[in-house]
Write a protein that binds this ligand. Structure first.
Ligand SMILES: *Cc1c(COP(=O)(O)O)cnc(C)c1O
Length: 396
């Protein structure tokens, strides 16, 4: 007898867990097991689960209007765009539904800008090893990760790659067709490595020198994750384009591409579009997220909680040198790199076994992505579970 194949395409190596509800930093299974969530749906549920302010914003909007399309004015879009531009370098915003789409918008804007106002020969974008920009054909090509590109040839043309944090390689790679540089201020999927502040400043200088646009992928690092609204703000530089997504919807799917007016001027009516992007439900939630991220002292909290997590990670590194080799990241976007003898995904699985949810990343790293509202006590509880798993591993 053959077993019936799953009705789902088998694109994910899922764990067997299924959750029924969430509250703050905790998730609960149907049979009542409780998990401390240091994955946050991969940096998405920035304000934890079932945040009352977000639930109210979504349910209020759900009773009024779900969708009209971009054929009409969407007041929630205007309000959210005004708040995002006030809080950032940007002058204009395009709303999308996901991270990949927000990046795709930026990539199209780069080409259109050079076609209209820059140098039409310029279309190539320099990206970096270890980066991740999404799973569409062009965002895969932008990141250049062979593991994800395999089987999807031919690759979308127009992308070159350099070693992360290596300004000399970037300079050497720039040619007459180079249009822009695309980089994550903190690489998420690649292993939580933060770009050096001097590297980011150097990229801005190089872009100015050669007439290139500087685009940041802040899909994971944005919306307060590192203790500033956008992570590149730590470097004190002004980008041309930034894409955000994960945290801005707090769990409702949405993305946004932010740009200066000089660059965004290349997008006129018909230049780009989406059916669902900027839909009233998403805008209601996005505005509710900003009520808390921008209009409360949440950033001060993230910096305090991030410092506490960092100090506790230092203790883990000292106590368990046979398990953890290094720490990476910033704020509440942290990575624990395992020693070569320990496989990160095994650690993630064993942590799940003791009630802590984390995410694997490249470079044999365990990602710690608690909600931004995480308390010191919850961080201590997570550290206890990590220590228990590391101690078990040592005993084994
Ligand atoms: C998750 C992620 C993306 C892709 O977002 P999707 O919503 O999955 O398309 C792009 N860039 C970075 C840095 C990400 O972490």
């Amino acid at each position: 007898m053959t077993t019936k194949p799953s009705s789902l395409m088998q694109t994910y190596a899922r764990s067997d867990l299924a959750f029924e509800r969430g509250e703050g930093a905790y998730l609960f299974t149907g049979d009542g097991r409780r998990f401390l969530d240091f994955a946050s749906g991969i940096a998405v549920t920035a304000l934890g689960h079932a945040h009352p302010h977000l639930v109210k914003a979504l349910t209020d909007q759900a009773g009024k209007l779900w969708h009209t399309s971009n054929l009409y004015q969407v007041p929630g879009q205007t309000r959210l765009a005004e708040r995002l531009t006030k809080a950032t370098f940007a002058d204009q915003v395009f709303f999308a539904n996901s991270g990949a789409e927000a990046i795709e918008c930026g990539l199209k804007l780069i080409r259109k800008y050079h076609d209209d106002f820059g140098d039409p020969k310029r279309y190539r974008v320099i990206g970096f090893e270890g980066s991740f920009h999404g799973r569409t054909l062009s965002t895969l090509a932008a990141a250049g990760n062979e593991k994800y590109l395999k089987g999807y040839a031919p690759n979308v043309d127009g992308f070159d790659h350099c070693a992360f944090n290596n300004l000399n390689e970037v300079r050497a790679k720039i040619g007459p067709e180079t249009a822009a540089i695309l980089v994550e201020p903190v690489q998420g999927e690649g292993g939580m490595r933060a770009a050096d502040i001097d590297f980011l400043k150097g990229l801005r200088k190089v872009c100015d020198e050669f007439g290139l646009l500087l685009m940041f992928d802040e899909v994971q690092s944005g919306v307060g994750r590192t203790g500033k609204f956008l992570a590149h703000e730590w470097a004190g530089i002004t980008p041309d384009i930034v894409s955000i997504a994960k945290g801005i919807g707090g769990g409702f799917p949405m993305g946004a591409c932010l740009a200066t007016s000089k660059v965004a001027a290349a997008f006129g009516p018909g230049a780009h579009g989406t059916t669902f992007g900027g839909n009233p439900l998403a805008m209601a939630v996005g505005n509710a997220v900003l009520d808390i991220v921008l209009d409360t002292d949440l950033m001060a909290h993230v910096n305090k909680a991030g410092a506490h997590l960092d100090a506790r990670i230092d203790e883990l590194l000292k106590r368990f040198p046979g398990t953890f080799a290094a720490k990476h990241g910033k704020g509440l976007m942290r990575g624990l790199k395992c020693v070569p003898e320990v496989v990160n995904t095994d650690v993630v699985e064993r942590l799940r076994g003791v009630g802590l949810l984390t995410v694997g990343a490249g470079d044999n790293t365990v990602r710690l992505l608690p909600p931004l509202i995480i308390t010191h006590a919850e961080i201590d509880s997570a550290i206890d579970m990590i220590a228990a798993v590391a101690a078990q591993a040592k005993a084994a």
